[in-house]
Design a protein around this ligand. Structure first.
Ligand code: F6R
Length: 366
């Protein structure tokens, strides 16, 4: 049942190329310049008239929501707010019938997300679901939606759900951007072609597995990790830190790289491994100067870089390469080594990778 893998988590990490492909299959036709998703088409007017999009989710799904904020705003020029479902529902939020709420949930059973949906609906908002489990409570409770089609995710630590959620949200953003005219038809097509290349590139990113394992060996006994990223890759830093916490029980924090100097820099010494996402596009020079600051304080740097990078290679203790892509799609690639890193560390520490202590696959309590 684990398909020859030692754990479901590893199997699911390796399923990502096909899971992402399954997510866009039949929905995206680059040759014909078409993206078609029934839940979006049927409600196009509502989406186009929306004052803003509010994303509600928890945990890893919330991180996918954060990535989508950057994507929606950049491509479709729609203001987006991303909310923890649990905070949103308890703070008397301002919601109107001009809001579109997107609820993201792998299981479709998360109690706080479900309650946030009910609240939004009661205020007249249109609620769109991005779920993995077909027929789940959230899929049923929402007005419309799009499934991720990632296949069953058994490992408690979410992996392929995250990348397929980002894929669905990217498709929606592209479709809305085209309908609004905020991207040209050339850009539209170009993005689709690049997205179509992602499964192959994820496969390539997975080839770093042995090298990532050797890095895990070096840092597995660290008691703290810092993860830094900017822009589209800031949420990836958060997600990398969450993965490590969940399954290896090592304390880790994700931070926007530029915020480091406003506090976390005080933590840095020779015992602190710092994972820095430093792909070539996306404020590269700024991230490189963050890396220099870390280095001058003797922090250990694990860089996630674009293939062929030389600058970060000179500064970092280790660099893990991922293929080049559009900046907007880079989270689908930079996430891969972070998943592998947390997996290998947890295995080396002899933790229960698929069923970490205190965690459940669907959190049905509030
Ligand atoms: C992370 C993880 C949790 C879930 C969160 C939301 O690996 O498993 O943080 O992401 O509980 O779950 P869903 O997406 O099912 O609503």
């Amino acid at each position: 049942e684990k398909g020859g893998f030692d754990h479901f988590m590893l199997k699911e990490i390796y399923e990502q190329p096909s899971a992402i492909q399954d997510t866009f299959r039949g929905r995206m036709l680059p040759k014909d310049a078409i993206i078609k998703m029934a839940g979006v088409e049927d409600n196009m007017k509502t989406f186009l008239n929306a004052d803003r999009i509010i994303v509600v989710a928890c945990g890893t799904s919330w991180h996918a929501g954060l990535v989508s904020e950057y994507i929606f705003e950049n491509l479709a020029r729609i203001p987006v707010e991303v909310e923890y479902a649990s905070e949103f529902r308890y703070r008397n939020p301002v919601i109107t019938d001009k809001d579109v709420v997107i609820a993201i949930s792998q299981s479709g059973e998360t109690a706080d997300t479900l309650a946030a949906i009910k609240l939004a609906k009661s205020k007249g908002a249109f609620v769109f679901g991005v779920c993995n489990v077909v027929g789940s409570s959230i899929a049923r409770e929402t007005d419309a939606g799009a499934y991720t089609h990632a296949g069953p995710e058994i490992g408690v630590a979410s992996t392929k759900a995250f990348t397929t959620q980002i894929t669905v949200l990217t498709l929606i953003a592209l479709r809305l951007a085209r309908a609004k005219g905020t991207i040209t038809s050339t850009e539209f097509r170009h993005h689709m072609i690049e997205l179509e290349l992602i499964p192959e590139k994820v496969k390539k990113a997975l080839e770093s597995d042995d090298y990532v394992r050797s890095i895990a060996e070096i840092y597995k006994d660290a008691s703290n990790f810092l993860y830094l990223g900017r822009g589209y890759n800031f949420p990836v830093a958060l997600e990398g830190a969450l993965k490590l916490k969940e399954i290896s029980y090592i304390h880790a924090e994700g931070y926007p790289a530029a915020e480091m100097k406003h506090g976390p820099i005080a933590l840095i010494d020779e015992n602190m491994p710092i994972v820095v996402i430093a792909t070539r596009k996306g404020h590269y020079d700024k991230v490189v100067s963050n890396i220099e600051e870390i280095k001058s304080r003797s922090g250990k740097i694990i860089g996630i870089v674009t293939e062929g990078d030389t600058t970060v290679k000179k500064l970092a203790d280790h660099v893990i390469e991922v293929p080049e892509s559009l900046e907007l799609l880079s989270p689908l690639l930079t996430t891969i080594p972070l998943q592998l890193l947390s997996y290998h560390i947890a295995v080396m520490l002899d933790k229960n990778v698929d069923q970490p202590r205190n965690l459940a696959k669907s959190v049905t309590v509030e």
